[in-house]
Design a protein around this ligand. Structure first.
Ligand SMILES: Cc1cc2nc3c(=O)[nH]c(=O)nc-3n(C[C@H](O)[C@H](O)[C@H](O)COP(=O)(O)O)c2cc1C
Length: 183
C-alpha cells in the first residue's frame, strides 16, 4: 500500500471479527517492530503475543480498569500483544552518552512500525495504555524488572475505519521558527 494511504488507513480499531489471525501475518508485524530505530540501537522492546484463546480470555478483563468504560471492546479481541521494556543499563559503553533513557520513545517507534505493518495487511490494532500491569506480567511470565509499557489489540476489523481527528498542520509544525499558532 502507498505509505500515505497506509497512514490514513491505520486507526484505533475497537471492534473485531471473531476470526483468528494467521501467525504469518503476526510475524510480519513483529518483524516490522524489530526493525525500528532506537537510541544507541538499544532495542529495549520485548513483544509477547497472546493468541491462545484461553489466554486471550484471561487477558481481556485485565486491559480494563474497574469502574472505567475504556477498552470495553476487549472481550472481542482475538489477539493481545504485550509490549515490555527491558531495563537498559545506562552505564554500558555506547549507551553512556545518552542524555536520558529513551526506551519509552524507542518502544513508541517500534509499536508504530507494528501497527502500520498490521494495517498494511488489512488487520486492525488498538494501542492500549490502560491495563493492569502486574496480573498481565504474571500471566505472560514477563520478568519482574521489565516494565509493561503497552498492550496492543490485534485482529480483523469488524467495521470501516474513521476520519482522522487531528490538529491542523500550522498548529503542530512550522518552517524555521516556532509560531504563535503552535502554542
Ligand atoms: C500510548 C497510547 C495509549 C493509548 N491507550 C488507549 C486505550 O487504552 N484505549 C483505547 O481505546 N485507545 C487508546 N489509544 C488510542 C488513542 O486514543 C488513539 O490513537 C487516538 O485517539 C487517535 O486515534 P486513531 O488511533 O484512531 O488515529 C492509545 C494510544 C496511544 C498512542
Amino acid at each position: 500500500m502507498d505509505y500515505f494511504k497506509l497512514i490514513e488507513a491505520r486507526h484505533s480499531c475497537r471492534s473485531y471479527m471473531n476470526t483468528p489471525v494467521k501467525r504469518a501475518q503476526i510475524d510480519k508485524c513483529l518483524e516490522a517492530a524489530r526493525l525500528a530505530p532506537s537510541a544507541c540501537n538499544c532495542q529495549p522492546w520485548r513483544y509477547v503475543v497472546a493468541d491462545n484463546p484461553v489466554l486471550v480470555k484471561k487477558l481481556a478483563p485485565l486491559v480494563r480498569l474497574e469502574g472505567s468504560s475504556t477498552n470495553r471492546f476487549s472481550d472481542e479481541v482475538p489477539v493481545f500483544v504485550a509490549v515490555a521494556e527491558k531495563p537498559v543499563d545506562l552505564r554500558r559503553p555506547g549507551v553512556v552518552m545518552l542524555r536520558e533513557n529513551y526506551s519509552e520513545l524507542d518502544i513508541g517507534l517500534s509499536v508504530a512500525h507494528f501497527c502500520l505493518a498490521a494495517a498494511e495487511q488489512g488487520l486492525g490494532t488498538c494501542i492500549m495504555g490502560i491495563f493492569q500491569e502486574e496480573p498481565i506480567k504474571a500471566l505472560l511470565g514477563i520478568p519482574e524488572d521489565f516494565i509493561l509499557r503497552l498492550v496492543l489489540a490485534l485482529g480483523h476489523p469488524a467495521g470501516p475505519g474513521r476520519e482522522k481527528n487531528r490538529l491542523p498542520l500550522p498548529e503542530v509544525a512550522a518552517y524555521n521558527a516556532f509560531t504563535p499558532e503552535m502554542k
